[in-house]
Design a protein. Structure first.
Ligand code: ADP
Length: 379
């Protein structure tokens, strides 16, 4: 059975067991109330029977006694006598007599109503206690189940993403290494013209650059995660830093993408040069990676009260459902078999973590007519 199903099964089982336990307690309390009530009723029934018994024995006959007839037998009931008898025999049950002509309604027990209402209150209190405890327990149980299900989901998602990561990272490392190897073997074995050699070296350098970026991403992400990365904050000219990075991309993607930039001059931030460069390169790389060749990528740096960097593309866009998740470590939209582009799912994780360290907010908006806009707002 899948671990997720097992958790759901256990959750349902615990909830049913809990409801059953709660129901049984309630029923038990009700039946306890009923039996205590009938004990009390029997007790008063006995006291009343004793009244008739003593009356027939003429124990209550006396001065100023009232006359009654029961089953054809004349009975005389004197209030002081009754009181005297009951005070002696049942000292805890004070009585009084009514003026009724009906013998059944003459004797009254002063504490009877209080005793019944005390009994009812006692069980009412017990029931309220069960309900309060039950609700508390139920809430704790639901929170616990929710927490377990959420953690389980996270574990499963992380496992899946890690598997994806391993698959893609292996591929990402292997492809450029294989192509560099092939270029070098060709140069070694064949007699080539200077132009051919230059072209192969340029291509190999591109592959090496790709490998370098990849290993930097993996290294920085690992260090950031284990708090092992030492940020060195300096007063930086963000305009220059971004300009340089954008120029690199314009050069590297020449003929493949139309990279446009609008960088306001001399915008300063207090930041860590290395990781900020990584953020910019990841955003531009993604903008190209998830767009059709020849499409336009616009990079803008400006200050409209706050310093903002935006990278806008005309690519496949990101659905609202994925806008938060894309920043999770190893997260990639789609699955490894159907995905066309290669990557590790670490780029945007780095963007998010580095921005957080710089007190900057990252937002994703939809571009028009299509594509995404990533915006980083420095505070
Ligand atoms: P990677 O690009 O290596 O897969 P990232 O962390 O950079 O990892 O991005 C995570 C996911 O977010 C990507 O796999 C992709 O599905 C989505 N994504 C990132 N940038 C864009 C973009 N500009 N347009 C569309 N989807 C994007």
């Amino acid at each position: 059975m899948k671990s997720n199903n097992l958790v759901y099964f256990l959750a349902v089982f615990i909830l049913i067991a809990f409801s059953w336990w709660f129901y049984s307690l309630f029923e038990l309390s009700k039946s306890n109330y009923k039996s205590d009530k009938s004990l009390l009723e029997n007790h008063y029934e006995d006291l009343r029977k004793d009244f008739y018994h003593q009356a027939f024995q003429n124990v209550f006959k006396g001065e100023a006694g009232r006359d009654f007839v029961r089953w054809g037998v004349p009975l005389n009931i004197s209030e002081p006598k009754v009181k005297e008898y009951y005070a002696k025999t049942y000292p805890k049950e004070p009585i009084y007599l009514t003026n009724s002509d009906n013998l059944d309604s003459v004797l009254r027990f002063s504490n009877m109503e209080t005793n019944f209402s005390n009994l009812k209150n006692k069980f009412g209190r017990i029931e309220r206690m069960w309900i309060a405890e039950g609700i508390t327990f139920f809430v704790v149980l639901i929170l616990g189940i929710y927490y377990v299900i959420q953690s389980n989901r996270k574990v499963i998602a992380t496992e899946r993403q890690q598997r994806n990561f391993l698959l893609s990272v292996t591929h990402e490392f292997k492809t450029p290494i294989a192509s560099i190897k092939l270029y070098l073997q060709t140069i070694q074995k064949r007699v080539l013209t200077k132009e051919q050699i230059d072209k192969m070296i340029t291509n190999s350098l591109k592959d090496i650059e790709r490998l370098n970026e990849l290993s930097e991403n993996v290294l920085v992400a690992t260090k950031i995660e284990s708090s092992g990365y030492q940020y060195i904050f300096d007063n930086l000219n963000l305009s220059e830093l971004i300009e340089e990075e954008v120029d690199k991309f314009k050069h590297a993607k020449q003929g493949q993408y139309n990279i446009e930039s609008q960088i306001a001059p001399n915008i300063q931030v207090n930041g860590d040069r290395f990781t900020l460069l990584l953020v910019v390169s990841n955003l531009i790389e993604n903008a190209c990676k998830y767009s059709e060749p020849q499409s336009t990528v616009k990079i803008a740096l400006f200050n409209d009260g706050a310093t903002k960097l935006s990278v806008a593309d005309q690519g496949i866009g990101i659905s609202d459902d994925d806008k938060e998740a894309v920043f999770d470590k190893f997260f990639r939209v789609g699955n490894e078999n159907t995905r066309r582009t290669k990557g590790t799912g670490l780029g945007l994780y780095i963007v998010k973590e580095v921005s957080k360290k710089h007190n900057a907010k990252v937002r994703i908006a939809d571009n028009k007519p299509k594509g995404s806009i990533f915006e980083i707002e420095f505070s």
